[in-house]
Design a protein around this ligand. Structure first.
Ligand SMILES: [Zn+2]
Length: 175
């Protein structure tokens, strides 16, 4: 476990929850969605789980974290997700990081770092202490290899599928 930053150690990372987020990510891959999964936990229990559904919903807002926040708010009957922890397989983007602050998530544990679009330190740091009126305990790099691998494999498959389709078209045109 490489804790990037712990502002206020009040909750403990639990690998079982990241494994549940990974299951959600695997489900995404089977639906041809970029595999990112999230679960929200309160008092040691999962209150919501979600995967990225941007393609199937044709909606840029349908990131795993936002769907999980929506479902947790419905389940708990309040927008204020007091004492809730977010487990997500990829470093959240700025939109999701902002939503977590608005939902008053207590702690965020993420898996792989997102150098291209991460909003929790990799590209920009929305979670910077005292930037907003709510600070989240952020810690990244949990099951980093597994969380990263599922994404790498997904994009490798996509590329080889495209190549295959291209070669098929070429062959058909040749005939
Ligand atoms: Zn996002």
């Amino acid at each position: 476990m490489s804790a990037r930053r712990i502002i206020n150690e009040v909750t403990m990372y639990r690998e079982e929850f990241m494994r549940e987020a990974l299951n959600e990510a695997r489900l995404c891959a089977s639906l041809d969605e970029v595999p990112v999964g999230a679960v929200i936990v309160k008092d040691g229990k999962i209150v919501s789980r979600a995967g990225n559904r941007k393609e199937s919903k044709n909606n840029a807002l349908c990131h795993a974290e936002l769907i999980a926040i929506d479902a947790a708010s419905a389940a708990l009957g309040h927008w204020w997700l007091e004492n809730c922890e977010m487990y997500v397989t990829l470093e959240p983007c700025p939109m999701c990081a902002g939503a977590m602050i608005n939902a008053r998530i207590k702690s965020l544990y993420f898996g792989a770092y997102d150098k291209k679009g991460g909003g929790c330190g990799s590209k920009i740091d929305v979670m910077k202490t005292d930037l907003f009126n709510h600070n989240i305990n952020v810690s990244g790099g949990h099951l980093e290899e597994e969380c990263g691998k599922i994404l790498t494999e997904f994009f490798e498959n996509k590329r080889s599928q495209k190549k295959l389709e291209k070669s098929k078209t070429t062959t058909e045109n040749d005939v």
